[in-house]
Design a protein around this ligand. Structure first.
Ligand SMILES: Cc1ncc(COP(=O)(O)O)c(C=O)c1O
Length: 415
C-alpha cells in the first residue's frame, strides 16, 4: 500500500485540472463586439433579448426573462406568479441561501422540507407533511444537477393545486424523461454566477410557457415598464434587475458549448459513480438514470460512511484527498434554517413576513427539524464539475485517490 500524500507519500496526481470558467477565443470576440458596439444595455442591444429566445428554445419553453442573478430569477418568478404576503412556499433544507431568501424577498414564507439521503433532493413525502392551507408553491431544487423526484412532486402539486417553481440554478442542461429541467413546472430559474455550468460572472433567467408570467416578470425586472406601452410609463412597482449586453453576448457564445460539456461531464460522472459504488466507506450520491434522463453534474457529491472508516472525520478525509491532487470542498455545513438569519427571524424590524397581518401560520425556524439534511451536512464532500471535464484517465485519478485513502484510513487515524 503506497503512503498517503498527506503523510509524506507521492500524490496520485500532480497534473492540473481543467480551469473553470475557461476563456475561449469566441467568448472574447463576443464580448469585444458587444463592448465596441456601444450598446451596453438590453434596450439598445440585441444580445440579451436573443439569449432569452435561444435559452427558452433550448428548453422547449415559450419565454425567457434574463435577470441579474439566480436569486433574482426566483424572486421575480414568485412575484410574477403572485406569490406574496401570507403564502407559504415549500423549499428543501439542503440548498443554497438564495432558494429560501427569494421567498422572503417576495414577502412570502419559506417552509423547509427534508431531503432524500441518497440524492440530497427534496423528499416528496416530507413535502406532503409540510402542506397547509397557506401553501401556494413547491420549489424543488435540482441539486448538484440531479433532477428532483418530479413525477411525485408534480403529482402532489396537481392534487393540491400548488404552483411548481423549479430552482435549476445548478442544473443547466439536465434532462428529466426527455425534457429539460426548468421547463417542467410553472416557471424554472437558472443562475449564471461564475461557478455555474453556464456562467457569465453573474446573471439569471426565468423560463416559462405562461405569457402572463413572462409579461409580469419582464416588466418587474425592467423598472415596471410593460411591452407595447411607451418607455416613459411605469406600470408595475419594478426593479432594475437587467442583465448587460456584454453578459448576454458571453452567454450566447457559451450556450453553443453547453450540450457537449454536459455530455462530457455526464459520461465521466456516470463512470465515476460505477467505480465508487465498489469502494467501501464512500457513497456517490447519484441516481440510476431513467429513460431520457441526463444529470448535469454541477457538483459531484460523495457521502462518507464514517462507521466504515473508523470514524474518520470529513475534514481529515478532505485534507487527504486534496493532498492526493483532487481538490474538494465540504457540502453545505448546516441546514439552511440553522443559519442565523433564519434562526433570529429578523428579516425586517417589524418582523415581516413572519409576523405580517396576512400570515396566519407559525414558521419559527428554531423548531424546524430535518434529520436527513442535518446528517448530510456532517458528511458530504463535493467535487467541482470541472473535474469531470477531462478524459476518462483524469476521472480515474479521482477513483485511485479515494481508494488509496479508504485503504489507508487507519494510518490517517493513527497519525
Ligand atoms: C441551488 C441554488 N439556488 C439559487 C442560487 C442563487 O443564484 P445566484 O448566486 O446567481 O443568485 C444558487 C447559486 O449558487 C444555487 O446554487
Amino acid at each position: 500500500m503506497s503512503t498517503l500524500a498527506l503523510l509524506g507519500g507521492e500524490p496520485v496526481r500532480t497534473k492540473p485540472w481543467p480551469v473553470w470558467p475557461d476563456v475561449r477565443e469566441d467568448d472574447l470576440a463576443a464580448v469585444r463586439e458587444a463592448l465596441s458596439s456601444g450598446k451596453w444595455w438590453q434596450h439598445e442591444g440585441e444580445h440579451v433579448t436573443a439569449f432569452e429566445r435561444e435559452f427558452a428554445a433550448y428548453h422547449d419553453s415559450k419565454y425567457g426573462v434574463a435577470v441579474n442573478s439566480g436569486t433574482t430569477a426566483l424572486q421575480m418568478a414568485l412575484e410574477a406568479l403572485k406569490v406574496g404576503p401570507g403564502d407559504e412556499v415549500i423549499v428543501p433544507a439542503y440548498t443554497f441561501q438564495g432558494t429560501a431568501a427569494s421567498v422572503l424577498l417576495a414577502n412570502a414564507v419559506p417552509v423547509f422540507a427534508d431531503v432524500e439521503a441518497d440524492t440530497m433532493n427534496i423528499d416528496p413525502e416530507s413535502v406532503q407533511g409540510r402542506i397547509t392551507d397557506r401553501t401556494r408553491a413547491i420549489m424543488p431544487v435540482h441539486l448538484a444537477g440531479l433532477p428532483a423526484a418530479m413525477d411525485r412532486l408534480l403529482e402532489i402539486a396537481e392534487a393540491r393545486g400548488l404552483l411548481v417553481i423549479e430552482d435549476a440554478a445548478q442544473a443547466h442542461g439536465a434532462v428529466w424523461r426527455g425534457r429539460k429541467v426548468g421547463a417542467l413546472g410553472d416557471a424554472g430559474c437558472f443562475s449564471f454566477q461564475a461557478s455555474k455550468n453556464l456562467p457569465s460572472g453573474e446573471g439569471g433567467l426565468i423560463v416559462t410557457d405562461d405569457e402572463e408570467v413572462w409579461a409580469r416578470a419582464s416588466g418587474l425586472r425592467n423598472c415596471g415598464r410593460v411591452e407595447g406601452r411607451p418607455f416613459s410609463e411605469h406600470h408595475l412597482l419594478g426593479y432594475n434587475f437587467r442583465l448587460t449586453e456584454m453578459q448576454g453576448a458571453l452567454l450566447r457564445s457559451r450556450l453553443v458549448h453547453l450540450e457537449a460539456e454536459t455530455d462530457r461531464r455526464y459520461r465521466n460522472g456516470r463512470w465515476l459513480t460505477q467505480q465508487l459504488l465498489q469502494v467501501p466507506g464512500v457513497t456517490p450520491l447519484d441516481a440510476e438514470p431513467g429513460e431520457g434522463d441526463r444529470r448535469a453534474y454541477h457538483l459531484y457529491p460523495i457521502r462518507l460512511e464514517p462507521e466504515e472508516l473508523g470514524n474518520l472525520s470529513r475534514e481529515r478525509f478532505m485534507a487527504a484527498l486534496s493532498a492526493e491532487g483532487i481538490p474538494c470542498m465540504a457540502g453545505y455545513g448546516r441546514p439552511l434554517y440553522r443559519n442565523p438569519v433564519f434562526e433570529d427571524g429578523s428579516f425586517c424590524p417589524q418582523g415581516c413576513p413572519l409576523s405580517c397581518a396576512f400570515y396566519h401560520g407559525d414558521a419559527s425556524y428554531g423548531e424546524t427539524s430535518c434529520p436527513v439534511t442535518e446528517d448530510l451536512c456532517e458528511r458530504v464532500v463535493w467535487l467541482f464539475h470541472s473535474l469531470l471535464l477531462g478524459s476518462e484517465h483524469d476521472t480515474a485519478d479521482i477513483v485511485r485517490a479515494v481508494e488509496k485513502i479508504v485503504q489507508a484510513h487507519q494510518e490517517l487515524l493513527a497519525a
